[in-house]
Ligand binder design. Structure first.
Ligand code: HEC
Length: 149
């Protein structure tokens, strides 16, 4: 009898922990396509930021910086082990061999966008500060973790 109760408890426990996850679990295709879409959106927004800052539209550029920063944070969850191949991914195996470093670069890229939103208020050279806090992070990561093309 006791044994039976234990088994039922275990089954309930397994259900309760796995159900919320499986309910919104994404397929490999959704994850790879999802991360590509977020990187593309970031690129579009980064280009918009450059254009806005050329005409000193600082306040209009800030929400786009926040958006890029938020996307980078979401992207931290878009590189699970089972998404190393397929769906035209350009992600290199080095990501999974150096996951901590990759995540640290992603987090830095996110933090730098928040710093950029602050820096543009006082920066003399808007181009230089964008290079330092936005574009350099793209290159730093792509050069190691994205296939050249
Ligand atoms: C921490 C790492 C990292 C940072 C920072 C980063 N990228 Fe990427 N990017 C990647 C990886 C990895 C891929 C490949 C994703 C895939 O194909 O699965 C990628 C893919 C892309 C793509 C192609 C998306 C597609 O449709 O295939 C574009 C465009 C892009 N990045 C632009 C940028 C720009 C612009 C920045 C900076 C503003 C940037 N990325 C910052 C890692 C990064």
């Amino acid at each position: 009898m006791k044994q039976k109760i234990k088994i039922v408890q275990i089954i309930i426990f397994i259900f309760s922990i796995s159900f919320p996850f499986s309910a919104n679990a994404m397929t490999v295709e959704e994850i790879i396509k999802g991360r590509k879409a977020m990187f593309s959106e970031n690129y579009q927004n980064a280009k918009k930021i450059s254009i806005l800052l050329k005409s000193k539209k600082i306040e209009e550029a800030k929400p786009l910086m926040k958006k890029i920063s938020d996307n980078y944070k979401k992207l931290l969850d878009y590189f699970p082990e089972n998404t190393q191949e397929g769906f035209k991914t350009e992600a290199l195996p080095s990501i999974w061999e150096n996951k901590d470093e990759f995540n640290a670069l992603m987090q830095k890229a996110s933090d730098d966008m928040i710093k950029l939103a602050k820096a543009i208020e006082t920066a003399e050279d808007l181009r230089a500060v964008q290079k330092e806090l936005m574009w350099s992070n793209c290159t730093a990561c792509h050069s190691r973790f994205r296939a050249p093309h």
